[in-house]
Design a protein around this ligand. Structure first.
Ligand code: GUN
Length: 293
């Protein structure tokens, strides 16, 4: 069994980006992050994104807005950042409060600054395999993990657990692309799938993104499966100072005994999401420079 070290792979991508950013003459990329409210997971994710940006030499701006902000005021903030030529990329951290529609919010971001890849236009470009769009960071990170671990997807059966807009659907689209990684036969499973284990047992590559702790058990996979565990679930643990520990959607210890490759949680997909956000921010910056030239 080979552990896929997301921290190490993300560190190499960050190093590559740092080299590229430091070689830029003059202006540097800037990412603007909007956080609405004080959700503790969002506070921690946003801090991580800012720290990584700073390490690479990408400027970062944080806009913290109150939980009860109106849609109009939130959109005014997005519009101001859309119009600001110093800002290369904009990220509105999810989840948003219930009174604000997330899709509408993501679509308010200028598609050319949508480094999250959540915009309808960018999802459409992904469908059409148009490389000028932004690919959502977690699925883009999954592709990098697969590629940099030498996992073959061409002609293989990739099973995706979960149909979310942010992970399941775009990950499936990437795996059917005429590309490497890609060229896979893809099955998407979800909460209404019947006899799930009979499908997951066919998987050469299993991408688990359902948000249920330790859901994938040893009897649900075949020998030599390659497992990408996207789940980040908090489970109570009185031995931890925080009172919880993080586990994935896969029962790691049991499934690892059968797997050819497997990502740990934490330290698998998580760090890749941040690295790919920085990658997208640099792409946005370069595209805007080219359009101004
Ligand atoms: N919340 C959890 N993951 C993400 C992400 O990748 N982007 C944004 N904007 N919010 C998130």
């Amino acid at each position: 069994m080979q552990l896929i070290d997301g921290n190490a792979i993300a560190a190499s991508i960050i190093e590559e980006l740092t080299t590229e950013v430091s070689a830029l003459p003059g202006k540097k990329p800037v990412i603007a992050v909007i956080r609405v409210g004080e959700d503790p997971a969002s506070v921690s994710y946003v801090r991580k994104k800012q720290k990584t940006a700073e390490r690479i030499g990408i400027g970062s701006r944080l806009h913290v807005l109150p939980e009860d902000i109106s849609k109009e005021d939130l959109f005014a903030q997005i519009d101001a950042l859309n119009a600001d030529s110093d800002v290369s990329g904009i990220l509105v951290q999810a989840p948003l409060p219930k009174h604000i529609n997330e899709t509408e919010t993501f679509n308010r971001v200028n598609p050319a600054k949508d480094v999250d890849g959540f915009n309808t236009l960018n999802i459409g470009k992904l469908c059409q395999e148009d490389p000028s769009g932004f690919v959502a960071c977690t699925p883009a990170g999954i592709v990098q993990l697969i590629q940099r671990s030498g996992i073959e997807t061409n002609g293989k059966h990739v099973v995706v657990l979960g149909r979310s807009q942010i992970v399941g659907k775009p990950a499936a689209l990437l795996m059917i692309q005429k590309a490497c990684p890609g060229n896979a036969t893809v099955t998407i499973c979800h909460s209404r799938t019947t006899d799930l284990p009979s499908i997951t047992r066919q998987a050469d590559v299993l991408i688990a993104a359902i948000g249920r702790p330790n859901f994938v058990t040893e009897d649900m996979v075949k020998d030599e499966v390659n497992v990408i565990d996207v789940g980040i679930n908090r489970v109570e643990d009185s031995n931890k100072k925080s009172g919880y520990r993080l586990v994935g959607d896969v029962d790691f210890d049991a499934v690892a005994t059968k797997a050819a490759h497997i990502t740990p949680v934490p330290g698998g997909v998580g760090p890749m999401t941040v690295a790919m956000l920085m990658h997208n921010t640099l792409l946005a910056f370069k595209a805007s420079q080219a359009s101004q030239a």
